[in-house]
Design a protein around this ligand. Sequence first.
Ligand code: NAD
Length: 439
Amino acid sequence: MPIADPRSRREFLASAGATVAASAMPVWGAPAGSKRRYALVGTGIRGVRMWGRDVRQRYADVAEFVGLCDVNPLRVAAGKRYIGATCPTFTSLDEMLAATKPDALIVTTVDAAHAGCIVAALERGIDVITEKPMVVDEAQCRAVLEAEKRSGRPLTVTFNYRYAPKHRLIKETLMSGAIGRVTSVDFSWYLDTQHGADYFRRWHRLRAKSGSLWVHKATHHFDLVNWWLDADPVEVTAAGKLDLYGRSGPFRHTHCRPCPHKAQCPFHWDITKDADLMALYAECESADGYHRDGCVFREDVNIFDTMNALVRYSNGVSMSYSVNAFMPFEGFRVAFNGTRGRLEVRDHERQPWLVTEETEAFLTRNFGEREAVKVPEGAGGHGGGDDRLRDIIFRGVAAPDHMRLPDSRAGALACLTGVAARKSIDERRTVKLAELMQA
Ligand SMILES: NC(=O)c1ccc[n+]([C@@H]2O[C@H](COP(=O)([O-])OP(=O)(O)OC[C@H]3O[C@@H](n4cnc5c(N)ncnc54)[C@H](O)[C@@H]3O)[C@@H](O)[C@H]2O)c1
């Protein structure tokens, strides 16, 4: 059975700016010879693929779906077909939880709806597995932590990036002490004109739904850094602007299919070429008016596409971080400066040139030589992270201490770093994470 260790708000507050021991983690997997009963809320592409169809196909001996829910009645029906599930469907989460009484709820709704779903399940004594970001603002963060404490049930935040072999290699290289004590980090994430633009087509373009890319996207990166450094973020100073998408665009329309600017728009995207996306989104538009192929130049875009931050950590490390959403290539560059050397990693996810290795890593010791570090390739989604994460959740596959499942505290610290960055830009000041936890 899962073991819960929810922290009180005071403990969390006290630890927000100080080095703290990692908390105990829930243990997942089904008891031998039985299946765990899961319900899922949010039957968009992430829900039906990573947490739906793949789970039904690969974990049927240990997991069964007892209910699916989405506010869009057409999409929950399309999602059920995609998953190949036989369970009942719902448009009300409360009705689903009351009728199906699952062992655990998997939350894959739009980001801003995570908190309400998490709290509803915890209050019924149901364990929760939520997609990142855990929440989109500090009030939701407080509500989730308090609900977890009241319920005594565990919440897991599915930070799949930790489970990609390349990210684990960085963690273990730093743990080995090869570069001594880490003093600072340089971290740049590049989103290209394909993937980066996609955020501006969808609900992610609205702060109220995604918390901005500071929360929706950077939460992955902030969690990696917290975990790599084994430290808490303390304060953030940030800059950000919307330079290319939204009202900066030369023309606009509602969405790509009927757009009169197709011929001259470099961001034109034809959803009709993807049968799965047509079934999940275009054919469900009549229920909620949501366009999956929305125009990247809509006037209502209110997130940033160009972001920089300076983050300070409880162990004295500082990080300069950037994420840009219209790069000509996709990937990242991260470097750790240590008292005894430097670890540099360059990840090539997609680029208009040939690469021999997807990820290159170099370890250079002070007064020593540069050494290439062999980076294992991970097959499957998100650099191999998705499969490893699911094996731990659904099969309870054993993992060393540093690969334990991320909990609500990890979810909170990653989100709050992004919230602090957003607030820092809005208020033109340095924002401490501890202040966000004060009601
Ligand atoms: N870990 C990763 O690498 C990764 C990758 C992709 C997406 N995600 C996360 O998965 C989640 C879903 O992303 P997606 O791309 O599938 O989005 P999506 O828009 O395709 O799906 C979200 C679904 O939630 C539904 N929904 C919205 N509010 C709801 C509510 N209150 N109750 C029930 N349903 C509601 C929508 O109708 C939609 O069907 C997001 O939180 C996203 O951040 C994580």
